[in-house]
Design a protein around this ligand. Structure first.
Ligand SMILES: [Zn+2]
Length: 207
């Protein structure tokens, strides 16, 4: 039994050595989240490790986006994330999904690009220093759901506390790219304009 174990260990090590290309798998920091912020981690949804990186940045803002494409309840979010990751890399030449977190229609939060690296954009603002949250859907035409607003507020509060920022760090894409985009869409932007999102973030910050 002992020798069989050793043999299997040897085979496993050999397979591991054959399958990894030195220098190709970049390890990234694993985040820990509080119990009231259930996040689907990169490992849980099958994210592919980075093949290259960007210079690291210091987070000073939390910036909200929407997907810009109307989606329904039937959306397979894991398939969507995997497609978005491969499209970002092969079509756009980006290191990864352009956002750090994705929120689905049910308010489930998924990790995407590691926070250490700045995101990407098709507009002209500089995403360095921004933690980017993307809510899938098009809120020019769809209504934002209460579970999504709750997830957005909890995640924003966690980021604000983690990086020791103020509530004024919370804004949306159109605030940084005026005239270039309607992102995050009228129904989501309304919550930033009327102060209700920041009020909810304050509650979760315990202020
Ligand atoms: Zn955007």
């Amino acid at each position: 039994m002992f020798f069989r174990t050793i043999l299997w260990l040897g085979v496993a090590l050999l397979l591991q050595a054959c399958s990894s290309t030195p220098g190709k798998r970049i390890s990234v920091a694993v985040e820990t989240y509080p119990p009231d912020l259930p996040v689907v981690t990169r490992a849980e949804w099958g994210w592919q490790p980075l093949e290259r990186t960007l210079p690291e940045h210091e987070i000073s803002r939390v910036t909200i986006h929407h997907g810009g494409v109307e989606v329904g309840e039937e959306k397979d979010i894991v398939a969507y994330l995997k497609n978005l990751q491969s499209w970002s890399r092969s079509e756009k030449g980006w290191i990864d999904i352009p956002y750090h977190y994705i929120i689905d229609l049910q308010g489930k939060i998924y990790e995407a690009r590691p926070l250490a690296y700045p995101g990407d954009t098709n507009t002209s603002y500089d995403p360095r220093g921004h933690a980017l949250i993307n809510v899938i859907g098009n809120y020019e035409v769809q209504k934002i759901q209460p579970a999504q607003v709750d997830a957005l507020a909890r995640l924003s509060a966690w980021l604000i506390a983690r990086y020791e920022l103020g509530l004024d760090a919370l804004a949306s894409h159109r605030d940084y790219a005026p005239g270039e985009t309607v992102c995050p869409g009228a129904d989501l932007y309304r919550l930033l304009q009327d102060g209700s999102l920041k009020r909810l973030v304050s509650v979760y910050l315990g202020k």
